[in-house]
Design a protein around this ligand. Structure first.
Ligand code: ADP
Ligand code: ZN
Length: 733
């Protein structure tokens, strides 16, 4: 969520020596905003205000930045020339500005590097030694290293030769080695063939690809929804579009929701095009990101695959954007600046006047509505590729199953797994819960382990032997005795986590080779890709995992999918709960039977009568979406109405309540707008902050942002209170 700039008066403003100092971000490749002073007697302009300032001989327009400024003495600072009569740039736009410039070192060309090379005299010395002349062994190793491999720095050379830097210096002095300056900017390489023969497309795929290719040919902005069942060849189809865009000399951006998918995607891309795509996400090193940023800006990188922040890369020749798994909730960024990357991608495509393709087997309701309104065009792949058919989906009514306590696999699911393993096929068990058990309690006194910072239970993780809070990351070792009653050996786990499920499966099927795919047990995207490869190579029989198993994977021998607790996502007041449950479970189900052997899916639920479960079993996606849309239209919820969440938080509960009451008194009373709350947030305490929530509902015509700004502008809250605003929230905790 974004911190609202409003009146949360930052510290320092009252201090006299600080009172005139402000920071201004200028449209120049500078790593930081520069310090200026306010004009005599003028109040401090609020962050986001536009000001005109002097820099050397130039006059520039800049944006007032938050923060207190640096160490330059006040006497040396210049006053702002003019405050421009324009509304301030909003917090989220300032964040975008910052993100676009975030790889600050990338804005400057890399300094040329000094590299060593062997001289003719050096070569002669090596030759002469072979003829019997003298060279120390260390010198000999250095010259050999230079002769045999690519040029490198003096330090690297010493390392390669296993000698001190002094030896290299001696050789430089003797004229056997020389240092040269080379540009560190890699040259623009010859382009690979972007049009290798891909697989021949089926007629559905061909038709879908044709529609997208037409958009690329025609040029201009368009949104195409590539809607196809799992395994129908959506990726293959948009690869054809990518090939066309690349061949036309344009750059391409592909967004993926999960970096774990990146490695598999890159491999597939390399196989198809014989070239690498550039990768962009938080796990790419700072140095590599800097290189990619420059390569994109210089047009050397033709295709980038990445997470949502790749949207802010400076493509000069962007010709196509693809958003894969467009419905995925992780496209909604909720830390720092709030934005919906899918919607932002559509915006970028419209600004650049280029086509964008939104890809999904379960398009979001927003996208579905945009198709219905005729804003987006839809192309459809109704069938799985080749022989594969869609799996059969059955519900297991858990109210009827008798399970021993501590067991989570129903007899029908266990039986199906047994058959699957007997047939030499693979099974997948999906449980969206990391750790061993979501709650630990003491059998003797009933004590439950709660996070000291949040309103949430601590989750036991057996592999790491810790109790962990999944909200704030608090972790503590599992105690040997109950901290409340001091009894020993009385702690019992309650409920299932993937680690516990692992034990159950191992006990039921001792022969089976089981793999766990969970983010906290994998060391990164590569590890996830390796595990996926091992599944394809059938080095495992059963895969147990959280939502990271749901997406993208293609395991030809996987024929059974068991959803252990389908109801998990339906708990909580999330307006998208049913939609997301449908998407997630449909996606997991889509892992089954992707090749010749037919798949089956068993969904364990205590709520089989829920429309979402019925729709899953009947494969009636469009009916489900239509019912969802009708319900949301009736309630005036997104995308038919607008929604914002306001969270007031403070370390002190009273301060939070006080501010919440002040906000409630000043709440806007506008036609078409309703303010609900304040109420304690479901996560009433998070990271030690007490949280109160407002929910603001507005009709589509109402300017929600303006109303919120006006509201918050009228209320002064203490500096210790934070007010966060999330427009169209995805999280309702
Ligand atoms: P989706 O993205 O819809 O899940 P994919 O593009 O991953 O589907 O296709 C599923 C599988 O079928 C992949 O292994 C893919 O290589 C294969 N496939 C899809 N279309 C074709 C085609 N026209 N020719 C050959 N193989 C194909
Ligand atoms: Zn916590």
């Amino acid at each position: 969520m974004a911190d609202w700039p409003a009146n949360s008066a930052g510290g320092g403003v009252d201090r006299p020596e600080r009172s005139r100092r402000l920071r201004v971000m200028l449209p120049l490749p500078l790593p930081e905003p520069l310090d200026y002073l306010t004009r005599d007697g003028a109040p401090l302009p609020e962050p986001g205000s536009f000001v005109r300032v002097e820099l050397g001989p130039r006059r520039l327009v800049g944006v007032v930045w938050e923060g207190e400024g640096g160490e330059v003495p006040v006497e040396r600072l210049k006053p702002v020339l003019e405050l421009l009569p324009t509304p301030p740039l909003r917090a989220e736009l300032r964040m975008v500005l910052r993100m676009a410039m975030s790889v600050e070192e990338a804005l400057l060309p890399p300094a040329p590097r000094r590299v060593c090379a062997i001289t003719p005299a050096g070569l002669e010395a090596v030759g002469a030694e072979e003829a019997g002349a003298k060279l120390t062994p260390a010198r000999r190793r250095v010259l050999d290293a230079l002769r045999d491999s690519a040029s490198c720095s003096a330090a690297e050379l010493a390392r390669r030769a296993g000698c001190t830097a002094g030896v290299v210096r001696g050789l430089l002095a003797a004229g056997f080695v020389t240092e040269q300056l080379v540009s560190a900017e890699p040259p623009r390489e010859a382009m690979p063939d972007w049009d290798p023969a891909g697989p021949s497309l089926s007629s559905d795929q061909e038709m879908a690809a044709r529609r997208i290719l037409d958009q690329i040919d025609t040029g201009g902005f368009s949104v195409t929804v590539l809607d196809g069942v799992t395994g129908s060849g959506k990726t293959e189809t948009y690869f054809a579009a990518i090939a066309a865009a690349l061949k036309a000399g344009r750059q391409v951006l592909v967004l993926l929701p999960e970096i774990a998918l990146g490695a598999q995607w890159l491999t597939r891309f390399r196989r198809r095009f014989g070239a690498n795509a550039a990768e962009w996400h938080s796990e790419v090193s700072q140095a590599a990101r800097r290189d990619t940023w420059r390569a994109v800006a210089a047009g050397r990188a033709r295709i980038v695959v990445g997470a949502r922040s790749a949207l802010f890369l400076p493509f000069p020749e962007l010709g196509l954007i693809v958003v894969d798994e467009e419905h995925d909730p992780s496209y909604k960024q909720e830390d720092g600046v709030c934005y919906q990357a899918r919607d932002m991608a559509v915006l970028r495509a419209s600004l650049a006047a280029i086509p964008i393709v939104l890809v999904s087997a379960t398009p979001s309701l927003e996208t579905t509505v945009n198709v219905a309104r005729g804003r987006y065009q839809r192309v459809h792949l109704p069938r799985r590729h080749a022989m594969a058919s869609l799996p059969r989906i059955d519900l297991v009514d858990m109210r009827r199953e008798r399970l021993e306590s501590g067991r989570f696999l129903s007899p029908p699911l266990a039986a199906a797994m047994r058959e699957t393993l007997a047939a030499g096929e693979q099974g997948l068990l999906f449980l969206n819960r990391r750790g061993y058990a979501p709650l630990t309690l003491c059998r003797a006194c009933g004590h439950r382990f709660q996070c000291p910072n949040c309103t949430s239970w601590l989750v036991e993780h057996r592999f790491t032997r810790r109790l962990i809070c999944h909200h704030c990351g608090y972790a503590a070792p599992i105690p040997a005795i109950c901290p409340e009653c001091l009894a020993a050996g009385t702690l019992v786990p309650c409920g299932p986590g993937v680690e516990r499920l692992n034990e159950e499966v191992a006990a039921l099927f001792p022969e089976a080779r089981i793999a766990l795919m969970v983010s906290d047990l994998l060391t990164g995207p590569r590890a996830a890709a390796e595990l996926a490869d091992a599944m394809v190579e059938r080095r495992y029989d059963v895969l147990i995992g959280t939502q990271i198993v749901a997406k993208g994977h293609h395991f030809p021998m996987l024929t059974l999918v068991g959803v252990v607790d389908a109801d998990l996502g339906l708990i909580g007041g999330d307006l998208r709960a049913a939609e997301r449950t449908y998407q997630l479970l449909h996606q997991v189900a889509g892992r089954a039977g992707r090749a010749e052997r037919p798949g089956r899916v068993l969904i364990q639920t205590y709520m089989p009568e829920q429309p979402v479960m019925q729709a899953l079993a009947a494969g009636d996606r469009d009916g489900f979406l239509a019912a969802e849309a009708a319900a949301r239209r009736g309630a005036g919820l997104p995308p038919f109405g607008r929604l914002a969440a306001l969270v007031v938080s403070a370390h002190d509960a009273e301060a939070a309540d006080f501010a919440a009451r002040a906000l409630a008194r000043a709440a806007p009373q506008l036609p078409g707008m309703t303010v609900l709350g304040p109420a304690p947030a479901p996560l009433a305490i998070l990271r030690g902050r007490h949280r109160r929530r407002f929910l603001v509902k507005a009709e589509r015509g109402v300017s929600l942002q303006a109303a919120l700004r006006d509201w918050l502008g009228r209320v002064r809250v203490a500096g210790s209170v934070r007010v966060q605003v999330d427009i169209d929230p995805y999280s309702f905790l």
